[in-house]
Design a binder for this molecule. Structure first.
Ligand code: GDP
Ligand code: GDP
Length: 455
């Protein structure tokens, strides 16, 4: 490394940063208009500007990566909640419940200028039941005169209220210091903390694609699919199901069951639920309803799983409904709309007839194997060496940036760091990714490539 112009410390630092495991999750919850989104924006700060743009992929994010005092974590923003669907109390409760479930720690935001309301008290009860660490943010304390308002929030029984102004940044540093104390290093409830347990599957997809039908089919039993008390009951959320001789954990199955209140106009609810399931799983099985056109919403759900770095299987459901014409158009749609995840194993199934159910487990196993693949450094560099000489980066401004060497910094999903003599263009990075996949497989897994440029 040294003779290539990188010092060892740079290299080690880059590998450590790129190779991080799953990040702990912080949920920001509270009533509408207390300032949750403003606070989330402050917490994620400049990092959001750095996200890579992927053409053809719509963003509709609920989770963001953040960093404070050198520690990285994920933030779940619940600010986009649609209140009308359930009425205010139920919707705040449901929203908080899902976010809390997926989180390792919670920031509970209260508007200090208003004080604690009944809705706030209801959230406090949920927080108590969940037993997750909570940091209480007394927001809208824009100056010293508001501190007294913040102090009244001791009455909530959640410990010290941290007076902050999400808008101006006042007090947010102290709040984040407290958050770091509350957050574990690795997410406790995802696979990071549970080595050797059953593999975790999130069965996701937009409403009516057939999630509960598929779950019923694979579980081999009919179950109750109507749950009238949306969001407020505590169903067992994860379900152990034996398939192909192995026990799998289907996470967040309560969200799969029908919730009659929420069949219409609750996109945000669905997004949050999906994000929560994805956070808890190792592999996402995304269902697509082949009787309809592939939609932006389908792509959004896939993007969530990919951005969360989960292994991915795509199940094209309702295959029994296809006639020859629809099938022709479906294949065209898959070619154009699903191109960005052409690496994901595909199964064509029918939850109704049971068609190809036996192909689901092998596809999941393939995706998990890709997700855990580690390429030895020697092989990787032999491959990179050949690639660079056969397909050099285009010359730009008289210079030709070159990949000098690389290493795989982590798995689940595979993460690579490439060290280069100059800036590598987006197109070239994509080319490198494509070639890496051709060479080493990585079926069913997103891969991350970060590039370090020699100063
Ligand atoms: P959310 O619904 O909880 O996500 O709330 P928002 O983040 O959308 O904020 C609601 C309103 O409160 C917006 O008009 C914000 O500008 C305002 N707000 C948020 N934080 C503060 C703050 O610290 N001080 C003041 N004065 N206003 C704030
Ligand atoms: P969910 O909202 O994703 O859980 O979807 P459901 O499992 O409730 O299914 C929605 C509708 O699609 C129901 O009427 C199911 O009977 C129907 N459905 C599910 N899978 C299939 C399938 O493979 N073929 C056909 N023809 N219909 C299906």
């Amino acid at each position: 490394a040294a003779e290539e112009g990188f010092d060892l410390e740079d290299v080690e630092g880059a590998i450590e940063e790129a190779g991080h495991g799953p990040l702990p999750v912080l949920a920001v919850v509270g009533r509408p208009n207390v300032g949750k989104s403003t606070l989330v924006n402050r917490i994620i700060g400049r990092r959001e500007a750095v996200v890579e743009d992927r053409p053809g992929v719509t963003r509709d994010r609920v989770t963001y990566e953040a960093e404070w005092a050198g520690r990285r974590f994920k933030v779940v923003d619940t600010g986009g909640w649609e209140q009308d669907v359930l009425g205010i109390d139920a919707s705040v409760a449901a929203q908080a419940e899902f976010a809390i479930e997926a989180a390792d720690a919670v920031v509970f935001v209260v508007d200090a200028t208003v004080g604690a309301t009944d809705t706030d008290e209801a959230v406090v009860r949920l927080l108590r039941r969940a037993g997750k660490p909570v940091v209480l943010a007394a927001n809208k304390v824009d100056g010293p005169s508001g501190e007294a308002d913040a102090a009244t929030l001791w009455s909530l029984g959640l410990g010290e209220p941290f007076p902050v102004s999400a808008l101006h940044g006042r007090g947010t540093g102290d709040l984040l210091d407290e958050v770091l104390k509350a957050l574990p290093d690795a997410p406790a409830q995802t696979f990071g903390g549970l080595v050797g347990g059953p593999r975790r599957i999130a069965l996701i997809g937009r409403p009516n694609v057939g999630k509960s039908s598929l779950l019923n089919k694979v579980a081999g039993e009919e179950r109750v699919v109507v749950d009238a008390t949306a969001g407020t009951t505590r169903d067992p959320v994860d379900e152990l199901i034996e398939l192909g001789g192995t026990t799998w954990k289907f996470v967040d199955t309560a969200g799969i069951r029908k919730r009659v209140h929420l069949q219409e106009g609750a996109d945000y609810y669905a997004s949050l639920r999906t994000a929560a399931a994805v956070e808890k799983a190792e592999v996402a099985v995304v269902l697509i309803d082949t009787s309809e056109s592939i939609s932006v919403q389908d792509q959004r759900i896939i993007t969530m799983a990919v951005e969360a770095g989960r292994a991915l299987v795509i199940a094209y459901n309702k295959w029994d409904t296809l006639d020859e014409e629809r099938r022709y158009y479906l294949e065209r749609e898959i070619e154009t709309e699903m191109q960005q995840v052409s690496w994901a194993p595909r199964v064509n199934v029918s939850a109704r007839t049971g068609r190809h159910m036996e192909k689901l487990v092998p596809a999941i196993e393939t995706a998990l194997a890709g997700w855990e693949t580690r390429v030895p450094t020697g092989r990787l560099n032999a491959f990179l060496g050949e690639l660079v000489s056969a397909h050099p980066h285009p010359i730009r401004g008289g210079k030709q940036p070159r990949i000098l060497f690389g290493t795989q910094a982590g798995t689940k999903p595979p993460r690579f760091v490439l060290f280069a003599s100059g800036f590598l263009e987006h197109g070239y990075r994509r080319f490198v990714e494509r070639r890496l996949r051709e060479e080493f497989g990585f079926e069913g897994t997103p891969i991350h490539i970060s590039v370090r440029v020699r100063e």
